[in-house]
Write a protein that binds this ligand. Sequence first.
Ligand code: OAD
Length: 235
Amino acid sequence: MQVSLGDKDRVFILTGAGISAESGIPTFRDAGGLWRNYRIEEVASPVAWRRDPRLVWNFYSMRRRVAAEAKPHAGHVALAELERQLGDRLFLCTQNVDDLHEQAGSQRVVHMHGELFKSRCDSCMKAPFDDRNVYELPNALPRCGCGGKIRPHICWFGEIPFAMDRIALELEQCTVFVAVGTSGVVQPAASFVAACRERARTFYAGPEPPANEAAFDQWFPGKAAEVLPSLFVVA
Ligand code: OAD
């Protein structure tokens, strides 16, 4: 079975940690996932940042090291190719903070949970900037010229994801919704499929059914690198 796309279709793709798994980046909730080894409230929340910014930077430095080594696989490449075919009729929204979609050639990726290789000031409005440095203990914390602390450009628990207005618009317009490699438990992304399923055909690709399985018309079981290259048929 495949997803056939006509010339009027608008496709919303939501990717999660599972699409990066075969590139060597751990997911969050699987066995060996990041949240099995780290406590969210100690490394990924505004409270954690206020309490111990060095510990937070240690966590994101570790993740920068891992992601810096990762290369995209055939699943990422398939989505970049689909973008070349559909142009702006494809909207690629990722919960992932790595840059594997971009490395594969996707041009217009929306990172709703931020970007691992960007940082910003926690005090002033200076725009986020490219930053591949690691800030590990016992090194000093990076500082902004204004005196504020430089933090990862990441949406932490308790913060509002990025680009939500644009995402809402794309959910209203899409006729096909495909989620890949996401457990369907983290809001608001877990509700995207329910928001568009009245009008859109909805599909999930991944090795296990997600928690929000009932909202999908069909599940394509398998790993992203195996399923995505042959998933779409463009008319
Ligand atoms: P999870 O770790 O919750 O779920 C990963 C999903 O990927 C699971 O459903 C797996 O079955 C699936 N999976 C594993 N290997 C796969 C493969 N090779 N191909 C396809 N799927 C595979 O990750 P997310 O749902 O992305 O947020 O997590 C959502 C958010 O929770 C993350 O963005 C992060 C986390 O806390 C923040 O840090 C703000």
